[in-house]
Structure formats: structure tokens, C-alpha cells
Design a protein around this ligand. Sequence first.
Ligand code: FES
Length: 106
Amino acid sequence: MAVGNWVKVANVSDVPDEAGYRVEIDGYPVAIWNVGGEICATQDSCTHEETSLSDGDLWDDVVECPLHGAQFNVRTGAVLSLPAIFPLKTFPVKVEDDAIYLELKD
Ligand code: FES
């Protein structure tokens, strides 16, 4: 059974209110989201044509892709509107003091 490991990726103070913050983990882009104080993490690449979602607008827990307007729930990764049809990968998050950790599976 694969055992996850927790990796520090950012500080809470790095993540703007109600916007995305892009980090790269071993070359894989991840977006960190601050949804009213709750930290969430998803893949940063839109599942339509791989635009960076952290450049999009966030309303509550919904981000809109800046290229063609697909919308995703950043808590669940669910796709909410076309043209994207595939959900986002999400990551378990924990926050200790100001540090944000993601759980990465082996
Ligand atoms: S690249 Fe995101 S909707 Fe097309």
C-alpha cells in the first residue's frame, strides 16, 4: 500500500484572499486556493487545454478558467461548466501555523 508523505509547499501568507497561488512540485503545477480562510489544492492546469487556473478568477469555491471560461469547484475538483469535461485532481491539505502541507502519494 502506498504511503503518502506531507510536503510543505507554501505559507498561508503567500496565498492571496480568494485567488490562486501556483507552486510546482517536481515540475507538476499545483494551485493553492484560499476559500474564505480554508486552504485547498488542485492541479493548476485546466483539464480543457492546460491553461493555468491560478490566473483565473475565484468566486467562493469556484474558479473560472481565464482562457475559455470552464468552471471548477476547487474544494472537490468537480467540473461545473463546459468546455472542460474532466475534473481536477485535488490534494489533501493540512495547515500548521503558517505552513501549508500537501499529501503526495508515492
Ligand atoms: S483551457 Fe480552460 S476552458 Fe479551455
